[in-house]
Design a protein around this ligand. Structure first.
Ligand SMILES: N[C@@H](CCC(=O)N[C@@H](CS)C(=O)NCC(=O)O)C(=O)O
Length: 201
């Protein structure tokens, strides 16, 4: 059985849990407290030199880090990663967008605010992260206007990756009331077969 090195509140971990569940792949989970440095031990760094969950441990003992790389690995050959060359590249476009424009702002503010981790240095970054987070949500709002999914006519790992931190953006004090199209898309993704909440390990 594959093993997921994980942290329950993490949207990056949740992306992988959600896809594993949708694909019906059994997995065991190992929980790490990321606020207490449990991913920075020598033992963990042997799994991922970058000291971060999620890490997928394959049955043959190999490790794969970076949530969106794990999504691509698991989705290969399934409907969650299109076979068409251009559509696959569009999925990657949204996965890179998620990691560069969305997660560093929307997820980071949620982590700092929900876990009481604001300090002077981080307070100085609040405004720029808030502005850039809203800009990412605006891109999503405009792209999804007239579409049900990010790429093509069904959900893909692009939707899973972007769902993970968008659906909890209000925990980082982002007002999703400003994004009615995004909210309809969130409800659509949550209604799909095999959906699990972020709280399910
Ligand atoms: N780009 C990485 C980000 C992973 C990440 O930031 N993981 C956080 C939890 S969401 C973590 O493990 N933090 C612990 C640390 O930095 O010590 C991914 O998508 O997997």
């Amino acid at each position: 059985m594959v093993r997921l090195h994980d942290n329950l509140p993490s949207g990056n971990g949740y992306k992988v849990r959600l896809l594993l569940t949708k694909l019906g792949i059994p997995f065991e989970r190992v929980e790490y407290d990321v606020d207490r440095g449990e991913t920075r031990t020598a033992d963990f760094l042997r799994k991922n030199l970058n000291g971060r969950i999620p890490v997928l441990e394959l049955e043959d003992g190999r490790f794969l880090a970076e949530s969106n790389a794990i999504l691509v690995y698991l989705a290969e050959g399934t409907p969650y990663l299109p076979a068409d060359r251009f559509e696959r590249a569009l999925v990657l476009q949204w996965l890179f967008f998620e990691q560069y424009s969305h997660e560093p702002n929307v997820a980071t503010l949620r982590h700092w605010i929900a876990h009481n981790l604001l300090n002077d240095e981080r307070r100085l970054m609040l405004d720029s992260k808030r502005r850039d987070g809203y800009a990412a949500l605006e891109v999503m709002e405009r792209h999804l206007d007239g579409r049900d999914y990010f790429v093509g006519k069904r959900s893909s790992i692009a939707d899973i990756a972007l769902y993970a931190y968008t659906h909890v953006a209000e925990e980082g004090e982002f007002d999703l009331g400003r994004f009615p199209v995004v909210r309809r898309w969130l409800a659509r993704i949550a209604a799909e077969p095999g959906h699990i909440p972020i709280t399910k390990g």
